[in-house]
Design a protein around this ligand. Structure first.
Ligand code: ZN
Ligand code: FE
Length: 255
């Protein structure tokens, strides 16, 4: 059996769509930022889109649904919590409804905060997680609809995945995220080394995605709320995890 093929597709100014092509011939896209870019990538490979997996309702993740559905008659799966905000969904999923795609089991993790219904798709057997705008490389999404406590709870759930999990996120924000990260934890040598790699990749216009959960736990400040250095810098030595997270998010919003 050949392996699952994965294509990372830059769309719009800084979005990522991911194409999954299974040995069965089925092809899924995670999020639909730009139908034309997705169709071009599919055409170049002779693939037909059978499924769309949507993480949340924002237009930069859903704008291509209508055109893609019209051309391919693909099945659109999305968050049960956003049924009234996403047009064209055929199946609504939640943590209570894991499903199978092309023979792969797919787990859904609810991560409210960026939007209230935001979900993450996990293919445990392939060590893959598609985190949309919840967890970014070296950062996390802005809290538009939930609060810091609920957003932290979602990130904490993602941290329970295996460290080897490959993480595909919805945007290329890594360089800016890394500059913020260095500001709050400059003594983190793994972060310093990672930023050098990121700077080199971006200078060649190469993606910094996917990342791994292990790398994020080691360098992403939003997952490092128990770092003594970060807590000391914020003056929050004794605060609960979510409160450290909230302060980090507030600081990042200002910067
Ligand atoms: Zn978004
Ligand atoms: Fe987005």
């Amino acid at each position: 059996m050949t392996a699952l093929e994965i294509v990372l597709l830059p769309c719009l100014s800084d979005n990522y769509c991911v194409l999954l092509h299974a040995p069965t011939g089925e092809t899924a896209a995670i999020d639909a930022p730009d139908a034309a870019a997705i169709e071009k990538a599919l055409d170049a490979r002779g693939w037909t889109l059978t499924d769309l997996f949507i993480t949340h309702h924002h237009t930069d993740h859903t704008g291509g649904i209508g055109a893609l559905k019209e051309r391919y008659d693909c099945k659109v799966t999305g968050p049960a919590g956003e049924g009234d905000r996403i047009t064209g969904m055929d199946r609504m999923v939640s943590e209570a409804t894991p499903f199978t795609w092309a023979g792969y089991s797919v787990r859904v993790i609810e991560t409210p905060g960026h939007t209230l219904g935001h979900i993450v798709y996990v293919l445990p057997d392939e060590n893959l997680a598609f985190t949309g705008d919840t967890l970014f490389a070296l950062g996390c999404g802005r809290i538009f609809e939930g609060d810091a406590e609920v957003m932290w709870e979602g990130l904490r759930k993602l941290m329970e995945l295996p460290d080897t999990t490959n993480i595909y996120c919805g945007h290329e924000y890594t360089a800016a995220n890394g500059r913020f990260a260095l500001g709050v934890e400059p003594e983190n040598q793994l972060l310093v080394a990672r930023m050098a790699e990121i700077t080199a990749l971006r200078a060649q216009n190469k993606p910094t995605v996917p990342t791994t959960l292990a790398a994020e736990k080691a360098t992403n400040p939003f997952l490092r709320v128990n770092s003594p250095a970060i807590r000391a810098r914020l003056g929050l030595e004794r605060a609960p995890e979510w409160a450290v997270f909230r302060r980090l998010r507030e600081l990042k919003n200002k910067g």
